[in-house]
Ligand binder design. Structure first.
Ligand code: R5P
Length: 291
């Protein structure tokens, strides 16, 4: 009997199939119908046999709807298995990991309680925004890094003597890992985000990037605001090309166009979120962690 059964939610069906293949596990499809009033109806197309059931669903936009689908699938399959794991490759709400302004809710904590409530025994995620977010889930969890597979992709691009740049202090550890694997050096910029307006500014002074090709490494790109500001700042300091490596490419509100217009040559992301930039498959990283 197979140890695992993999179920793919609507947001992550391709990635889920890749994971099932790597684990040599049966794959179960789900079906999602959306009614005219916006409610969705979810169905699993087969009952899982006794095994560890892995439900794979990223919570990118529509965030709440994808989250509800994940919760619904888990609440159904926990009737057939005592061990249901949620693989959430892109974990939405992870940036809401503390009370930045008085009265704000730590929503990632609410999600942890919801996951626990429907019967999730363990959460596996990829490059979650912060350690704090993982801690706030307050559920057995593991975060895996996509830096190794991203670096492998960049090695094939044969960029000569690149410098890795973290756009902010929060991403420094990830960028260091990326630079170490690529056997090159890295720098970190100082970024400030206005918590009320969301506007981003780079506070760094002069940095030594002249005539170097750069790789900006971040966990996620949402509106592209951080990458646009960083790229403009670095271009002013006479760097050569700017590439972007990120795990989760949400790329909302015309972000791709604005990032390209700022002077970025290429955006490479993983397939935690499907899309044009998603060139790097994380199914091996996830299945290795599950085995
Ligand atoms: C922030 O700390 C994150 O690591 C990302 O840099 C940020 O969330 C990206 O958002 P945006 O693309 O909207 O600037």
């Amino acid at each position: 009997m197979a140890k695992f059964t993999v179920i793919g939610g609507d947001a992550s069906s391709v990635l889920a199939k890749n994971i099932a293949r790597k684990l040599k596990a049966p794959y179960i499809k789900t079906e999602k119908k959306v009614f005219p009033d916006g409610e969705s109806k979810i169905a699993i197309k087969q009952i899982p046999k006794k095994s560890i059931v892995i439900v794979v669903q990223s919570t990118y936009p529509p965030v709440d709807s994808n989250l509800l689908e994940l919760l619904s699938i888990v609440s159904k399959v926990q009737k057939f298995s005592s061990k249901v794991y949620a693989v959430i490759p892109y974990m939405g709400y992870a940036r809401q990991d503390k009370e930045f302004l008085g009265g704000e809710i730590i929503t990632i904590g609410v999600i942890g309680r919801l996951l626990k409530g429907v019967g999730v025994k363990k959460v596996l995620t990829v490059d979650i925004h912060s350690r704090l977010a993982l801690k706030e889930l307050k559920i057995s969890s593991e975060n895996v890094s996509a830096m190794e597979v991203l670096v492998k992709h960049f090695q094939k691009m044969r960029i000569k003597d690149p410098l890795v740049v973290s756009p902010d202090l929060g991403g420094q550890e990830r960028a260091k890992k990326f630079a170490d694997l690529l056997k090159t050096d890295f720098i970190t910029l100082k970024k400030h985000r206005d918590r009320r307006t969301g506007k981003v500014n780079i506070l760094s002074g002069k940095v030594d990037v002249k005539d170097r090709d750069l790789i900006l490494v971040d966990d996620m790109i949402s509106t592209g605001g951080s990458i646009v500001k960083a790229t403009k700042f670095l271009k002013k300091q006479k760097c050569k090309r700017v590439f972007v490596a990120c795990t989760h490419a949400l790329l909302v509100n015309n972000a791709t166009k604005r990032i390209k217009n700022a002077g970025v040559s290429k955006i490479i992301s993983t397939n935690t979120i499907p899309g044009e930039a998603a060139k790097v498959d994380v199914s091996k990283v996830i299945s290795d962690a599950l085995r």
